[in-house]
Write a protein that binds this ligand. Structure first.
Ligand SMILES: Nc1ncnc2c1ncn2[C@@H]1O[C@H](COP(=O)(O)OP(=O)(O)OP(=O)(O)O)[C@@H](O)[C@H]1O
Ligand SMILES: N[C@@H](CCO)C(=O)O
Length: 323
């Protein structure tokens, strides 16, 4: 479940009226997602998603996220469009939370992605990166190298409660990334969390992207490395080279990587694996065992990291040397 905050019928009907969305017909809390409270809302004007922002979203960042969604829609990227209320504002308040209403996106997320889905995701990610070029706002990545160090400090030796030796692995990896992390790659808007549950498909056709609440400005190829970690490993954590090739080929069909990006890709893949390992480890240690929202498994990202540590060339990810 992820309905942390309840709304009352009266408050919601009032809100819908403020947004000029006709009459409230029905609504229900959405079980999926772990960060925010989401409701699906049916009104006489259509279906919408109401999001109440919870603990991890800094409300100061919301104008960036909302502005980005509006910008991407304008550029033809399929993603939720924030609805403006009668005062022309996107953000509102309900049940003591900052909230927004966005358009509903048709489609479902794919539990078992196939190669064809990976190709489509790669292409959509490149489309997003190209569309993001003209977005004027900037948000630095709070979960970059410095942020990883901060999380590691909070974890400390407790990481070993998740798996023996985990603290050592993390410290080793951070020391490596401090030396090897590329600093001059092309940057722009990145999604930063393009996991299967954030990409909707109708059949094999990608219908849109959601959940831009980690979006920021950072190295474009790092975003591709995040997607590779999320889409190209099987449930037993085995790397699927065919899916990786499909992902990077889909991406490069619109935005070919530079030679420097290809060369740096194995390091980016390690950083991306460590980023999700760290946030998952922190959640793992801080989530009550009886909590309704189960934390994601950090070990799946330990295994991905160990895989990337053994990689010797970008070719293993399907990235041939530049012609
Ligand atoms: N615009 C939308 N159109 C259709 N469904 C949506 C939309 N936005 C959210 N949802 C639904 O709500 C669910 C949770 O949304 P989202 O992933 O944004 O939540 P979250 O709490 O930020 O979750 P997390 O960051 O853990 O993925 C989605 O899986 C989807 O079912
Ligand atoms: N995609 C993240 C969850 C936060 O959105 C993870 O799988 O760890």
């Amino acid at each position: 479940m992820a309905v942390y905050t309840e709304v009352t019928d009266d408050d919601l009907a009032h809100l819908i009226a403020e947004y000029g969305l006709g009459e409230l017909m029905s609504y229900k809390g959405i079980a999926e997602g772990v960060e925010n409270t989401n409701y699906m809302v049916h009104t006489s004007k259509g279906t919408f998603i109401l999001t109440l922002y919870e603990r991890r979203v800094n409300t100061a960042d919301l104008p960036y996220f909302m502005g980005l969604l509006e910008h991407l829609n304008k550029e033809g990227v399929s993603c939720p469009l924030p609805v403006r209320n009668r005062n022309g504002e996107v953000l509102t308040e309900i049940s003591g939370r900052t909230a927004a209403i966005v358009t509903f996106l048709e489609g479902v997320w794919v539990r078992r992605p196939k190669t064809v889905h990976c190709h489509a995701v790669g292409r959509a990610l490149a489309e997003l990166h190209l569309a993001g070029k003209s977005f004027p706002m900037c948000r630095s990545n709070a979960l970059g190298l410095a942020g990883w160090h901060d999380i590691n400090e909070r974890l400390g030796a407790k990481a070993d409660e998740i798996a023996p030796g985990l603290a050592t692995l993390i410290n080793y990896e951070l020391a490596y990334l401090d030396r090897a992390w590329p600093k001059t790659l092309p940057t722009g808007v990145i999604h930063a969390d393009l996991f299967p549950d954030n990409v909707f498909f109708i059949g094999e056709k990608l219908s849109g992207l959601i959940d831009f609440y980690f979006a920021c400005n950072d190295a474009s190829a790092y975003d591709l490395a995040i997607a590779l970690n999320a889409w190209c490993f099987e449930t037993d954590c085995a790397f699927n080279a065919t899916k990786a090739r499909a992902l990077v080929t889909g991406y490069q069909s619109l935005r070919p990587l530079t030679a420097a990006e290809r060369l740096a890709f194995p390091v980016l893949a390690r950083g991306a694996a460590l980023r999700f390992l760290l946030t998952r480890a922190l959640d793992w240690l801080h989530t009550d065992r009886n909590a309704l929202v189960k934390p994601h498994d950090p070990i799946a990202y330990v295994r991905r990291l160990r895989f990337h540590q053994e990689v010797t060339s970008p070719g293993e990810y399907g990235l041939e040397p530049a012609a």
